[in-house]
Design a protein around this ligand. Structure first.
Ligand code: SF4
Length: 690
């Protein structure tokens, strides 16, 4: 039996795991003493390896390249040579006929690793000649990146997961740590045990609300109004740090003008909260000697999410809660490597290290390193724009790696229509997902556990993960597949291993240069920025309160509240908000194939509904119900719980039957292009003849 030291692939907490391997099978997982998890794991860490033993409960593992030569035809197993040849010919034809921007590509925030994301964005830019590369950060923390780059200079947590337990006040906004990052939730509990005050802003009575000093159950869709009311109290009741504001920020008067009317009394109707509660929470945050703000999808998946995050970072700035230990702003990234996919430049406006494609000097630097004459200048499409770009005829080919948009993206009917209209769909994945089933070519890849690499956890921590077992089937590592296609297209791309790729990346990004494989060996944890090999990495950002903006000052900014796009009506009187389920991950292709996790819950999932609403609708616990919006109708089971607020229902997006993204709408935040998953107008109907 051997032990392989890896990193859990199921959320960005970055837990280190020892996988116990016998005869090329995983037999158990143990928590290793990683920086963030200190020997502890949640249930996904303990049991999420089962699919590596070829369990195949939900869907078959992809084991050989396949081509479907005609729409509606059958997949035909082919050799790798034939698959690579076919893909490169089709891409080449489409590029010749329609130009490079007719091809869209994705990185992956899941088990594949940073090196693959680096190679994929290089392939998009240097080989295809487009910036049409994006990843699923777009549908989660895209607004955090966009907002924090503007206000502070870096689109990442300013602090560290380990610091959370030593903060004195945690303001937790739209973030359900117990379901999303159980190991972060333990840090929150430890903070409470050490005497920290906890404020929770969430319409649902989530786990953290149970231990909160103040729980603010705001109305769905009122985030901006509440943040502005907090800012109003902090400024008008003199709870801010005038000296810090004068020395380290700009934009105070403009901020003051925006939030002036948002008194706690003014937002009572909008938020459904009492002015007294809002004032108490603002006082608790403002008076703390070390306060931290954490947020999740409840803040980011809205049509006004970038504004709200700018407002939250303004709260931290005016109170001086940045640039020292145990304070800061924490967008807690969801998928295990969503921070990494952004760090590697798998986004349409940034090269690796957040260097801008619009910057001529940066383009020249990358062109020289990648040995091409020029690189594309125009920003590419986001994945949320793609369905419309396909339907308008701009995008003809889509190369999707490790993503399942036909399950995870909003307004699935539009996404299906778009996918059907594509000339050419390549899916590179490990399971026959809903999207893979529609592909023209399937390129089967290795999984986490079957390859090595580096992930970035939510707090900018680079960690190396080992390969544990040899893959079965005729599969290849993601970056090798991309390199073969690049070479076939006339751009020789050869790497011997992931270290070679990583070292190429390090040399191109100042803030990653010191993060060597040697430093990441065993339990090594290197948080960027790490500018040279003598540098230990950065536990927190903005030392000496120097912000990474041209003048070194943090920008204070907020915006007027805008109501959610889709209004409730007589026909659709309730709000649907999409959420997560602790036992499953993303589109569920991995965790759905793990027996212990699958037995936790079965199709068709559930819709959480308040007892008063259930009673009004004649619904009892476990009843089959329809949930219907203006875009579709799904069947699911009722889970009656007082944790759901009246007038709203909650569904996870992970179930294949009863997929709630049939109901959501693709209204996008204008800056980050992130969808408003958290507010669709629906009705719920009991199915009488079940
Ligand atoms: Fe840790 Fe997240 Fe994995 Fe759970 S799912 S073990 S919290 S990394």
């Amino acid at each position: 039996m051997k032990k392989s030291l890896t990193v859990c692939p199921y959320c960005a907490s970055g837990c280190k795991i020892n996988l116990l391997v016998e005869d090329n099978k995983i037999i158990a997982a143990e928590g290793a003493n990683g920086v963030t998890n200190q020997g502890e794991l949640c249930l996904k860490g303990y049991y999420g390896w089962d699919f590596l033993n070829d369990t195949q409960i939900l869907t078959p593992r992809l084991k050989t390249p396949m081509i479907r030569r005609q729409k509606g035809g059958k997949f035909e197993a082919v050799s790798w040579d034939e698959a690579i040849d076919y893909v490169s010919h089709r891409l080449s034809d489409i590029k010749q006929q329609h130009g490079p921007d007719a091809i869209m590509l994705t990185g992956s925030s899941r088990g594949t690793g940073n090196e693959t994301n680096y190679v994929m964005q290089k392939f998009a830019r240097a080989v295809i000649g487009t910036n049409n590369i994006d990843c699923c950060a777009r549908v989660c923390h895209g607004p955090s990146v966009a907002a924090l780059q503007v206000t502070l200079g870096n689109g990442a947590m300013s602090n560290s997961i380990v610091e959370l337990e030593d903060t004195k006040c945690l303001l937790i906004f739209g973030y359900n740590a117990a379901d999303s990052h159980p190991i972060v939730a333990r840090r929150i509990i430890k903070a409470k045990e050490k005497g920290a005050k906890i404020i929770v802003c969430d319409p649902r009575y989530i786990e953290t609300a149970r231990i909160a000093d103040i729980w603010l159950p705001l109305k769905n869709g009122s985030n901006m109004a509440l943040v502005n009311a907090f800012l109003n109290v902090l400024i008008n009741e003199n709870l801010y740090n005038q000296e810090y504001v004068d020395r380290n920020t700009e934009g105070f008067e403009e901020l003051k003008a925006v939030i002036d009317k948002y008194t706690p009394e003014y937002v009572e109707d909008i938020t459904g909260l009492k002015a007294k509660q809002i004032r108490e929470a603002a006082y608790m945050y403002g008076k703390s000697s070390a306060a931290t703000i954490l947020w999740g999808m409840g803040v980011t998946q809205w049509g006004q999410s970038t504004d709200v995050i700018k407002g939250l970072s303004s709260m931290a700035l005016i109170t001086g809660n940045l640039g020292r230990p145990n304070v800061g702003v924490g967008p807690v990234r969801g998928q295990n490597n969503v921070q990494g996919a952004c760090d590697m430049g798998a986004t349409p406006k940034d090269y690796p290290g957040y260097q801008k494609v619009a910057d001529t000097h940066v383009r020249k630097k990358f062109a020289k390193a990648w040995k091409v004459k020029t690189l594309p200048e125009n920003p590419g499409y986001t994945i949320t724009e793609v369905p419309h770009k396909i339907l308008e005829g701009h995008v003809k080919a889509y190369y999707i790696m490790g993503e399942d948009p036909l399950q995870t993206d909003p307004e699935l009917s539009t996404m299906r229509e778009a996918i059907n209209k594509l000339d050419f769909l390549i899916v590179q994945d490990i399971f026959m997902t809903k999207t893979a089933a529609e592909a023209d070519v399937i390129l089967p890849a290795t999984s986490w556990g079957e390859h090595e690499g580096v992930y970035t956890s939510a707090d900018r921590g680079f960690q190396y993960f080992e390969k544990a077992i040899e893959p079965t089937g005729n599969v290849k590592v993601d970056w090798q597949i991309i390199s073969l296609i690049a070479t076939k297209l006339g751009y020789p791309m050869h790497y011997d291993n992931t270290k070679q790729i990583w070292d190429e990346l390090r040399m191109l990004c100042d803030q990653y240069q010191g993060a060597t494989y040697e430093k990441m060996a065993d339990l090594g944890y290197v948080q960027w920025p790490c500018p040279n090999e003598d540098h230990p990495g950065s536990q927190y950002l903005y030392h000496d309160n120097k912000f990474d903006r041209p003048n070194g000052k943090g920008l204070l900014v907020s915006a007027d509240w805008i109501p959610p796009k889709e209004q409730l009506s007589e026909e659709f009187p309730m709000v649907l908000c999409t959420v997560r389920e602790v036992g499953h991950y993303s589109c569920r292709s991995m965790t759905g194939n793990c027996r212990p996790l699958q037995t936790l819950a079965d199709e068709p999932g559930h819709v959480q509904i308040n007892p008063a609403d259930a009673s009004r609708l004649g619904i009892e616990q476990g009843d089959l119900v329809y949930v219907q919006s203006r875009r579709g109708k799904v069947i699911t089971r009722a889970d009656i719980t007082p944790r759901a607020n009246k007038g709203a229902v909650y569904m996870t997006y992970q179930w294949w039957i009863g997929a709630c993204n049939e109901l959501t709408l693709d209204h996008l935040d204008p800056v980050s292009r992130t969808p408003e998953y958290k507010h669709s107008a629906v009705n719920v109907l009991k199915i009488d003849d079940q």
